[in-house]
Design a protein around this ligand. Sequence first.
Ligand code: CU
Length: 460
Amino acid sequence: MNINRRTLIKATGAAAFFGHPLTQSWAAVQVDKLVLNAEPQQQLWLPDGDKTKIWGYSQNVIRLQQYQPVAITLHNKLEESTSVHWHGMRVDNAMDGVTGLTQEPVEPGESFVYRLTPNDAGTYWAHAHHNTYRQLALGLYTPVVVAEAKPYPVDQDLLFVADDWLLGRDRQIDTASFEDVHAWAHAGRMGNFLTVNRQNLPEFEVIAGQRIRLRVLNTANSRILNFEFPDVNVMLIAKDGQPLRNPVSLKGVLTLAPAERYDLVVDIPADMQGLLPIFERSGKQPYLAANWKITGRENIPTLPEVSPLPSNPLPQRDFKVTKKVRLNMEGGAMGRLQAAVYQGKKMSVDELIQNRQAWTFNGVANMPEQPLETLKPGDGVEIELVNDTRWAHAMHLHGHHFLALNDFTDDLIWQDTILVAPGETKTIRFVAESVGRWLLHCHMIEHQVSGMVTYLAVED
Ligand SMILES: [Cu+2]
């Protein structure tokens, strides 16, 4: 249960700390063991319809405490093999969850223990990294919240996990389209039904005048989501789990490529009542995604300025770049690709398509035989991500956060996923950290499965 300002003031008989109580329910999580079942689930999304059969994890959210080691036992209760990737978490390579690269698939009925120490507080997520294009579309993901040592001062700390599902007329997941290579070669497989926290049009109960931390995640396979928050004041305080040095006021829509996350501070004005909408604006018409439901009003002292989150133990920002790598993205519909290497063989575009490959990194479709680059721990690395295609790509690096510019600020920001527009080049810089093989791929998962994936080798 969340403790809001009213109950806390009642309980303590006084305005708390800063005139601003803390959300106790998210603080001081003492977890050292967790069970995570990967299992079939059902959701009733439309009142007059059947339940939709999906897949999911037995935890709606995994809440961890910064620096507190945890052992999470995955039990595979599905009829196919799977794995879990801890997206954005700087874990040991053997815990990274990439089948065929860092671990064997976890077979039906089998278990696997993921041992993690979450050194970075923030908003992350766990998702399948095996047959990801199907398993993620079926819902095999859950948010991961790593609590700061000292709670950040807000009245409520809420999750906003957005997904788009492709449902047929029978309201079941359209599984036939999983293998739609046409979609793979375009923007990916798009859904037709948006959920937030796995609900159709949820209401977030708030009190006018409250300050909310809202953790927004895009878990869609391929859709870039654009959220609009009319009537409320929004500051961005973190991207991909990592605090911004300076909170930034949100102007216009909040764009999230697949796998991106933002932590927001939302101030609900004291004079609001009723329902306040939250829209998703990627389609032709605004889509009502969720509502704030104002359940009361208080006399609120003026809210203090939004303060930055405490920083995480990331590398120093002024590291020296000693390795420069160029990554050329090619292929896709209306692209210029003529031929590429796939599984060690040079192929024409027709042959690639027969092999369900549509995209390349540096002339290679899908996992290369050699890493993109071999690095040593401590190497300062710069990668130029050159998008020579007609489509946007959401590039994700495993096991590291990189510094890069984003459209909403001129400060370099730590992040793990970055959107590169058609024709655009983005430069990312990071320090190679722990030893292992770290995937670098497009998080439009249909692009990954049809070519956009490589890896970096970090060796002692
Ligand atoms: Cu892509």
